[in-house]
Design a protein around this ligand. Sequence first.
Ligand SMILES: [Zn+2]
Ligand SMILES: [Zn+2]
Length: 353
Amino acid sequence: MRLIITLIVGVAFLGVLISSATYIPAVQDRLFSRAIDRALNADTERWFRNDGLAVIFCGTSSPIATPKRAQSCTAIIAGDNLYLFDAGTGGWEVLQSMGVPAGRLQAVFLTHFHSDHIGDLSEANLMSWIGGRQAPLSVYGPTGVDRVINGLNEAFALDNEYRTEHHGKAIAPPRTAGMSPIVFEGAAPQTVFERDGLKVTAFPVDHGPVKPSMGYRIDYEGRSVVISGDTSYSTDLIVAAEGADLLIHEAQANHMVKAMQETAAEAGNTTIAKILEDIQNYHTSPVEAAQAANDAGVDWLVLTHLTPPPDNPVAQRIFMRGVSKVRPRHVKLAEDGMVIILPKDGDVEFAKP
Ligand SMILES: [Zn+2]
Ligand SMILES: [Zn+2]
């Protein structure tokens, strides 16, 4: 007993000693310099050693805010290149904090132009430009993407000029500044990108009244990932996702949204109650997403664009109610920072955030 008490007192004393040391400027400087060294010399090439596809969930929430999740953002790594599928607010910061090199960004693909899918486009543009991108950033999207991109280019034109003036043309070259919209019609499935072994096929989904609204299928080295975009249960998506290794599907737990709507109405908040009512018919419930994954015969289903964002185990259980009856295995809720590796040969691997 005495030994245990001595140990506890000893550990507590050591803790006080270490924490007191952090008040000494020389110790602070040493710790700070080690942190800078770690950040600057991190092995960023580790992201590109996989021979298949890698998926990084850079934003897994919807317009309902939560400090734990950024808005819609999925990054794909294939070969030496990085691609973004939507760039919702906060998504780019998640990627940056994970040490993914910004200059490797080759293109962005937008599913549609709701604010929760485009809020961080300008951050992705700026940071990949300064990060050494070789050309203006290509942004693919259905009809309307040119309006979005031209507007953002104008909004950030002064910022770009300041950066060039301040840091010089070698660091902020006007030649590679800004974004280039690449428009496709979006009425039918079509291959919109084919380069370096990566094929991206866009297909229309059902997010009415938002039209066009797209999903994307990504194929590389025999592996395939499908991103639903925002949609209600969509048979076009099931066709496009057939046999894919991974389906990343949006999910909205309408049983939870309905309860939120009723509570808002009882509290007299008619605006929130109306919005919560409006959104219930243009998204997919977790059970429907599970059904879509089964219908398409995909290996894994990961749910994202989570509405409402289920940020604790109880909320997650409510969110997933009924899913295991439809799809007992190979289904997961996405988290910000989650990484999935799909090697050219071998099993799908999940890495924790
Ligand atoms: Zn939307
Ligand atoms: Zn959305």
